[in-house]
Design a protein around this ligand. Sequence first.
Ligand code: PBG
Length: 325
Amino acid sequence: MRRPRRNRKSEAIRSLVREHRVNVSDLVFPLFVTDGQNIRHEVSSMPGVFRLSKDLILKEIESCLILGLKTFILFPHVSESQKDSLATESYNPNSTYIQSIRAIKSAYPECCLITDVAMDPYSSDGHDGIVQDGEILNDETLEVLSKMAIAQAVAGADIIGPSDMMDGRVGYLRDSLDQHGFERVSIMSYTAKYASAFYGPFRDALESAPKSGDKKTYQMDPANSTEALLEGELDFAEGADMLMVKPAGAYLDIIKMLYDEFELPIVAYQVSGEYAMIKAAASKGWLDNDKVRDESLLAIKRAGAKIIITYFAKEFAENQKFRVS
Ligand code: PBG
């Protein structure tokens, strides 16, 4: 009889034949920066996740670096009074966001900082593009995104993440970065970002939900997979350095598809709703937080993601210290 169980008979053998492992170096930790000093505001739908002022972001990064967690993706929380229909605050060099990028990279040049290029946190319409007569404009938005990307690159961003899921972003931003002498700044493309209800808690965190309508004319239909290949081909051709799938857990087939098709690192974003579900069930004692967290991350890695953006990154790194296998 063939006995596959022989390879499972002890932890020593299981760890010997284990095909995939999640390492702290695979993880990216999202951070939300807000105005002020000494501000630490917990996001109600994301227990353990905080909007932090710049001074506390710096402390948070320092404590992560000690744990070996070195890559961060920074998002801005912008007050309603600073928003307008053209997202002008997004490229203001004195904004909290841009100042934070500068402060982080000058205090911790060794960290890798990913920044977000999208209008929605700064838009009074809560959309990722310029809105005209109820329509989200594609090409007209490019100029705003380019100014935003350059302001972030000037401040020290290592990787920019155009996250609006509209057309022609990667090529346009690659050209503007290069023209401004930022050939070394990478682009992590949101290649297959679905119009997902799993983003709910994130929009609470940023207070960035659309004021009207939804994002279905730019984010992908959860029913589609072939379209992810088309998006991948375009981003690859336009010069993306990494391709992302988002959300992660419910889209493992898409991660696998892009992994099989493209010679670029695949990034998966385990989004706010995925985190919130695990935290909520764990707080009721219905699921074991640490085990489900680790299993969810491992499944994403097994599907083909080399890099995982996750709100669990820091607690995973903290736990890792005590782990052997
Ligand atoms: C928007 C953006 C979103 C997320 C990252 N960038 C939300 C959206 O598209 O409305 C979601 C991340 C998460 O849910 O954790 N530019």
